[in-house]
Every structure is written in structure tokens, then in C-alpha cells.
Write a protein of this length. Structure first.
Length: 209
């Protein structure tokens, strides 16, 4: 139990490093959460600061998910835990790092939507599912010009794919519940976007906000 709590806390603290805020302050002199959609994610950084800052934010947010999972995986092996326990720790770390990104303790609990970090988690735990979800999300974004639509669609696809590609995860174990919880978390973080999509006034790429 102590190990599970420790892994969750470490992953949460990693997720709480809000690169969108850090990069916008360094490169533009303001907190990106004061601009545009008031978010700390890549899309708002792109609109408010620029492409270079957005690219850095995207890469670093993805790496948060990768680092959290790899640290957890290493801890499990160092402690010589059974594969089932390692799988559970990985799932705890995955959820915790996204929660940290969404509610960062270092930045007033106001962060991003966790999509880039979730991509890092998917690619690390199961590169096949991660790649499929990433391509699917990009396709939806290209068709709709709405990042939120692509993010929500990809998150829903994740648990759907698990039964078909369950044998290619980093560790053994059932990930159905994990996949559903991850999808629900991403959907919850996009609740305002969903409302705007339904009302027909969601922000699109290239549109000023």
C-alpha cells in the first residue's frame, strides 16, 4: 500500500510541472492561463505565444507521462514485485500524472487537460494503441479543425482498443478499467469544449480566441 501511495504522489508531482505556464513566462513574459482559452495546454500556448513555445510544451508534457511510467516500471522491478502489482502501479501512476497535470499543486491547481501527457502514457505502456489513438486523433482534428474533438475521440478509442491489443502492454494485467478511467478523465477535462461543440461555437485551429 505504501508503494502505491508513493508512486501516486511522485507521478502527481511530476504531472504538476506545468510547462505551458513556465514556457510562456520565460518566452513571452506572461502566464498563458491569462490569455485565450485560459488553459495551460499546447493549443492555448500556440495561440497565445507561438509555434516554438507550443512545440516545447507538447514535447515536455508528453515526456511527463513517459517519465512517470518508466520510473514506476523501474521501481516495480527494483522491488522485485509481481507483474500484476507492477501493472497496478503503472495504472496508478498514469492516472496520477494526468490528475497532476490537470490540478497542479505548484500552480494553484489550474492546469491543462492532460491530453499530451496521456499520449506519453499510451505510447510508453502500449505503443500500438498509442500510435493508433494518435493517428485517429490527428485525423479528427484535420477533419474538424477542433483539437478538442480529436482529443475526446482518441480518448474514447483507447479503452475500445484494449481487448484487441491487450497482449502488447508494457506489463501484464487488465487495463480495461484504467482505459475507461483515463477516457472519463479526459472527457471531464473537456466538458466546456463539449458544450461549445454541441452549441456549434467551439474554437477551431487558426481561429483567434
Amino acid at each position: 500500500m505504501v508503494t502505491r501511495i508513493l508512486v501516486g504522489v511522485i507521478a502527481y508531482l511530476i504531472g504538476s510541472i506545468t510547462f505551458g505556464v513556465i514556457i510562456s513566462k520565460i518566452m513571452a513574459g506572461f502566464d498563458v492561463r491569462e490569455k485565450g482559452s485560459k488553459g495551460a495546454g499546447t493549443t492555448n500556448v500556440l495561440r497565445a505565444v507561438g509555434k516554438r513555445a507550443a512545440a516545447l510544451t507538447l514535447i515536455l508534457d508528453i515526456l511527463k507521462g513517459v517519465v512517470a511510467i518508466l520510473i514506476t516500471y523501474a521501481v516495480g522491478h527494483i522491488m522485485n514485485l509481481e507483474s500484476g502489482e507492477i501493472a497496478l502501479l503503472v495504472q496508478i501512476a498514469g492516472l496520477s500524472v494526468v490528475i497532476g497535470h490537470t490540478f497542479p499543486i505548484y500552480f494553484g491547481f489550474k492546469g491543462g487537460k492532460g491530453v499530451a501527457t496521456a499520449i506519453g502514457i499510451l505510447i510508453t505502456t502500449n505503443w500500438e494503441i498509442g500510435l493508433i489513438c494518435l493517428i485517429f486523433g490527428i485525423l479528427i482534428i484535420a477533419l474538424t479543425r477542433m483539437v478538442s474533438a480529436g482529443s475526446i475521440s482518441a480518448s474514447i478509442l483507447f479503452p475500445v482498443l484494449i481487448p484487441f491489443l491487450k497482449d502488447s502492454f508494457l506489463v501484464e494485467g487488465s487495463y480495461i478499467v484504467f482505459g475507461i478511467l483515463m477516457a472519463l478523465l479526459v472527457i471531464f477535462n473537456h466538458r466546456k469544449n463539449i458544450k461549445r461543440i454541441l452549441n456549434g461555437n467551439e474554437n477551431k485551429l487558426g481561429q483567434k480566441v
